[in-house]
Design a protein around this ligand. Structure first.
Ligand code: PEP
Ligand code: MN
Length: 332
């Protein structure tokens, strides 16, 4: 472990820190020219306690299970055409859970575009808990998505569920999404890693942050670091909401990883009336964007109608976003 020290520290502060490290049973070596302390046997120290010392600028873990996506790297900027998803920007992605037909998608997409949203989501291949539920239109929906996004100059986001569909999706869709059920589908992650496609990696509903970052590492390891993490709620004992939105994952990911991170207040709550407060809370927590299910007529959505918001509700969510983004110096 290497500890980067702030430039303006006093000798006394440095001594306090090094004696704390030594008292924990670890060995510290101070390098004056680099303002760093190298710590050997660092597993003896609780990292969070090191951060309590004011003179600590940054702690760099030398051994990590996810070296390519850890915060030891420069923050990743994901580029899609002329748009960027990064820690300096705030991005709103919206659209229906699943694509029904061309007219329906066009109506929703044009409404969102009028509100200033340029990223359109829509599911073609749906992984449903019941085999009897609507499974998505498949490839037909991919072509509909492509047509609508070309006509409205929007960026498309759609979930990939199988390696088999990679070719057609990579050709027609701008950002691939890996849903929570596939977060640990390692062959799928590796294949996407071999493509250069930007990818949203949703957190599995029972996965820890470490497991999520190692899943991202599977993609990065193959050469693709254009990854956006998405917190979409985890399963807890609470059943009033569909899932429990773990907003503490936002600052945790910022500390641990170099990847941008968005929040899904739709699948995490399962209730359209809760999307606005949770969306605002996500911005306040420091998220780099939102992915929200919306439709011009939510009640006739084929999937996830209960959590889908209408365009007026979307407008209300967007209203204070520029002000909220100033909390983190982000541009909208
Ligand atoms: C979705 O985005 O429609 C979806 C199925 O999400 P998740 O995988 O997070 O449940
Ligand atoms: Mn959905």
């Amino acid at each position: 472990m290497i500890i980067q020290i702030k430039n303006n520290h006093t000798k006394k502060e440095l001594e306090l820190l090094t004696s704390f490290i030594n008292d924990c049973g670890a060995v510290s070596e101070y390098d004056y020219s680099k303002a760093t302390i190298t710590v050997k046997n660092s597993m003896r120290i609780d990292l969070s306690l090191i951060k309590n010392f004011d003179i600590v600028e940054k702690v760099i873990r030398l051994k990590t299970d996810y070296p390519l996506v850890s915060s030891n790297n420069e923050n990743v900027v994901v580029q899609i055409k002329n748009s960027f998803i990064s820690r300096n920007h705030f991005t709103v992605i919206s659209g229906p859970c699943s694509i029904k037909n061309y007219d329906d998608l066009y109506l929703t997409a044009s409404g969102l575009k009028k509100l200033g949203i340029n990223f359109l989501r829509g599911g073609a291949f749906k992984l449903r808990t019941s085999p009897y539920s609507f499974q998505g239109l498949g490839k037909e929906a991919i072509y509909i998505m492509k047509k609508v996004c070309d006509e409205l100059e929007m960026i498309s986001v759609s979930e990939i569920t199988s390696v088999e569909d990679l070719e057609v999706m990579a050709e027609h869709i701008d950002i691939l999404m890996i849903g929570m059920r596939n977060m640990q589908n390692y062959p799928l992650l590796s294949q996407i890693g071999k493509s250069s496609k930007p990818v949203i990696l949703k957190r599995g509903m029972s996965n820890t942050i470490d497991e999520w970052l190692m899943a991202a590492e599977y993609i990065a390891k193959e050469g693709n670091n254009q990854i956006i993490l998405c917190e979409r709620g985890i399963r807890s004992f609470e059943i009033f909401t569909r899932n429990t939105l773990d907003l503490s994952a936002v600052p945790a990911i910022k500390e641990l990883s170099c990847l941008p991170m968005i929040v899904d207040p739709s699948h995490s709550t399962g209730r359209n009336e809760m999307v606005k407060p949770m969306a605002w809370a996500a911005v306040a927590a420091g998220a780099d964007g939102l992915i929200i299910e919306a439709s011009s007529d939510p009640k006739i959505s084929l999937t996830d109608a209960r959590q889908t918001i209408n365009l007026e509700q979307m407008q209300q969510i967007l209203e204070p976003l520029d002000k909220l983004c100033t909390l983190w110096d982000k541009t909208l």
